[in-house]
Design a protein around this ligand. Sequence first.
Ligand SMILES: CCCCCC/C=C/C(=O)SCCNC(=O)CCNC(=O)[C@H](O)C(C)(C)COP(=O)(O)OP(=O)(O)OC[C@H]1O[C@@H](n2cnc3c(N)ncnc32)[C@H](O)[C@@H]1OP(=O)(O)O
Length: 360
Amino acid sequence: MSVTQKDFENAMNQVKLLKKDPGNEVKLKLYALYKQATEGPCNIPKPGAFDFVNKAKWDAWNGLGSLPKETARQNYVDLVSSLSGPSSESSSQVKPGADSKQEGYENLLVTSEDRITKILLNRPTKKNAITTQMYHEIMLALKAASQDDSVLTVLTGSGDYYCSGNDLTNFTDIPPGGVEEKAKNSSFLLRDFVNCFIDFPKPLVAVVNGPAVGISVTILGLFDIVYASDRATFHTPFSHLGQSPEGCSSYTFPKIMGSSKAAEMLIFGKKLTAGEACAQGLVTQVFPDSTFQKEVWTRLKAYSKLPPNAMRISKEIIRKNEKEKLHAVNAEECNVLLSRWQSDECMNAVVNFLSRKAKL
Ligand SMILES: CCCCCC/C=C/C(=O)SCCNC(=O)CCNC(=O)[C@H](O)C(C)(C)COP(=O)(O)OP(=O)(O)OC[C@H]1O[C@@H](n2cnc3c(N)ncnc32)[C@H](O)[C@@H]1OP(=O)(O)O
């Protein structure tokens, strides 16, 4: 029996709800079948050899030759149904509660000790670059930390880096709706992610154990305290990547360090040392790397003994007047990025990184 348009649309929706990433090969197949089912045989020019992502997509679609639209639609539905288990659910849901805190983190290590919840970015071989899944995991961990019985929450990194920012391979994971749909999804995800930091109710501390890049730097303006090792650096190379500031940094950075210092970081991508970041107010205090962990954790354990309600209420009153503004700034930054991510400047920068032609 042939599938209906409704079956096809249901399958498209199901793809968005897949719990597990099906991998690039399957995603290319889905893309090709979707294009064939909706537009027929490949009808666009072959992309250049260095345009890896579009070239892979073109190859997949072109490889379907003159497969009839109906067959492509059927194959698409069959493929999606083979991927979806009965318990598929939206991976964008943030599930609160203590139980979820103990499970389901692939690239985070979340622990609670001495009334401090520590969220450790645990992908050291990739310099703790944040994958799409990690954005969801961090949101989940923050939600759980806001409800557990800890009084302080710490974000830190494992290995030599604090975090190298957004995982640039996130941009290669193109859904059937193409680059525009990818940009929209990313923009929603980024907005939700940053909102979790804006709204986080307990004192939030960044323990910056090494270099920090991109979004891991910009959201520091939303933390209450930032302790850094003297090995740390702070780098927001948005222009190099054809992108624009996020994490509310277009508002918090000029406020923290003045507009010209903020411009040097956010427009020209000037990398700051930990000492410079401290002098400019982005970092609270710098510690020698050799004693960093010991000094910072001793300090945090002492703070964690302070009355929790007083700390929470003090944070609330410090941040209250800014919240609405921060949400508006976040929404606007995400909106600007929506078009940046579809620009040639951004796509070329990502392809250059992935083809090992460019590093920061
Ligand atoms: C939902 C979407 C929201 C998007 C929000 C917008 C966010 C924007 C940003 O965060 S912009 C910043 C993006 N980050 C970068 O551009 C950094 C890219 N990485 C580098 O330039 C370098 O890797 C480095 C300077 C961080 C470290 O250099 P080096 O010490 O020489 O190490 P390697 O390059 O060999 O790195 C080891 C390993 O990690 C992989 N890797 C590192 N960073 C990233 C990254 N950001 N994305 C993907 N992969 C990364 C690197 O490729 C190596 O992998 P390999 O061993 O080759 O498999």
